[in-house]
Design a protein around this ligand. Structure first.
Ligand code: FES
Length: 111
C-alpha cells in the first residue's frame, strides 16, 4: 500500500513504495499562473504540478475542453503548456527548474 506525505502542497506525491526508491533532488520553488509552488529537482514540470493538485494543463482550441497528464512520455500533446513564455511545451518531458513560470495554455498558444 502506498503512503502519501502529509504536506498539503504535495498531497498527490508518493513518498514510500515497496519496490521503488525515490532519490529526490533539492526542493525548488516554481510558479503556476503566478502562484508559488514547491517541487523537486528531478521532477518533470507535469509531475510537480500533479503533486500540487493541478490536473488541468490546457484547454482545447475549439471546444475549450480541459486536458491534463495523459501519456506522460511525450507522445500525445495533452500536456502542452506555456513555460517561461514559450507555448506548446510538453511539460511531461520538461525538467523542473528553480523559478520556472508555468501557465495553462488556451488553444494553440500564442507566440
Ligand atoms: S502527457 Fe502526453 S505528451 Fe505529455
Amino acid at each position: 500500500m502506498r503512503k502519501k506525505t502529509s504536506n498539503t502542497q504535495n498531497q498527490a506525491r508518493i513518498s514510500e513504495h515497496p519496490v521503488i526508491t525515490f532519490n529526490r533532488g533539492a526542493e525548488v520553488t516554481f510558479y503556476f499562473e503566478g502562484k508559488p509552488l514547491k517541487g523537486y529537482l528531478g521532477d518533470t514540470i507535469a509531475a510537480a504540478l500533479v503533486a500540487n493538485g493541478i490536473k488541468v494543463f490546457r484547454y482545447t482550441e475549439k471546444r475549450h475542453r480541459p486536458r491534463g497528464f495523459f501519456c506522460a512520455v511525450g507522445k500525445c500533446s495533452s500536456c502542452l503548456m506555456v513555460v517561461d513564455g514559450k507555448p506548446n511545451t510538453m511539460v511531461c518531458m520538461e525538467p523542473l527548474r528553480e523559478g520556472v513560470r508555468v501557465e495553462r495554455q488556451k488553444g494553440r498558444g500564442k507566440i
